[in-house]
Design a protein around this ligand. Sequence first.
Ligand SMILES: *[C@@H]1O[C@H](CO)[C@@H](O)[C@H](O)[C@H]1NC(C)=O
Ligand SMILES: CC(=O)N[C@H]1CO[C@H](CO)[C@@H](O)[C@@H]1O
Length: 376
Amino acid sequence: MLSFFLVVLSIAAGSNASPCKASASSSTSSSLGVAQTGEPPGTKELAAPGTASTQLTTNPDQANIAQPIAGSGSGSRACPPDFINTVFNTNAPDQIGWPNTVWGSLTSNGINDWIGFSINTLDTKQTYDVNGAPAPTTPSLDSAQIHLAMDPTDVTAAVAMLQGASPPPYLGLFNEPDYSFDGVTPLTSPQDAASSLGAVFTTPHPNTKFLAPAVAFPNSNWLPSFNASCNGCFSQIDVIPMHIYDPDPANIISEIQQFHSTWPNWPIWITELSPARDDCTLTNAASGTGSMGEYINTLILQILALGYVERIFWNSGEWDSTPINAAPAACNPSLTDVNGNPTTVLQVLGQVCGNSTNTGSTATSKVKRGPKMGLY
Ligand SMILES: *[C@@H]1O[C@H](CO)[C@@H](O)[C@H](O)[C@H]1NC(C)=O
Ligand SMILES: CC(=O)N[C@H]1CO[C@H](CO)[C@@H](O)[C@@H]1O
């Protein structure tokens, strides 16, 4: 577990220590020049230490992002509580704003929960600090984590967590068992996962809700096979997560609808979501090629309208300087910049539910200015 965790921490990758579904249009070569053809979009190479900090010299300028559509800020599109959340990956140690500035930026824009790629809290790990010392513990950050038992090596810790003094409100049960991220994360068959998670399902957990395994390819047969192998364990599953990366909101909505038709009785959490493009070509149904802001305003409201998606987790919460999420600043979906301050993407996402907090000049002035590069 520890060695795996450290390996994961060394992935300077934004989007996914946990990649995602493949989309032909998004499979691409990374801007690091490493061919990734055939891998899901968002798949990142392991970056050598220092790579990310080198890239941090590129400032995002997101001033040209589309602003929230008219009517936002009025509260007219009320979202369920905690509807908008984020993902923390593993490059946070390269940010001087980690964790307090990043966390302050997110919470002041209405993002109050996050998921990461560890069963443990992240912020006290030595590797999360640019100076090599443990980062300060931030209680509000720790308590906002959706804990995730990554794979079978975390089962013992998961059981201990359930039996401990403060069991978490939610526990995710395996991350992308159907996809090996850069050959680092293990592939786990549905049968092996069912067998391994037996110890979790037989542990009383009156205060903890379980998330089903979060598969990289939600509409594949992995989850139905797992369901068929786990002795009715879905009676203990409270939420079914899915990961989606696609530059076209229409594709995302159709994939969610298909997933829901398989699992009609469970709320869905989209625990990884972003366009994951490195060429800035985004599409929305209304206007064809669009900006990140249009993408967010189109997609999030369409997801909300489905009625059965309880939460989305935008990837990523921290500045992600690596290939697909980087795309030198333009169309970068990071919610905070290299200093941990809000990006315009965060401002748009924070307002998409109609929230009126932290809009206007105060937040805007925090956005780091750089060369003019719009999100188009
Ligand atoms: C899941 O398994 C149950 C039996 O435990 C079965 O009734 C149900 O149809 C299965 N659902 C799916 C989507 O495979
Ligand atoms: C992103 C965000 O904070 N959304 C909030 C907007 O306001 C509603 C209440 O109307 C909250 O429930 C959401 O969490």
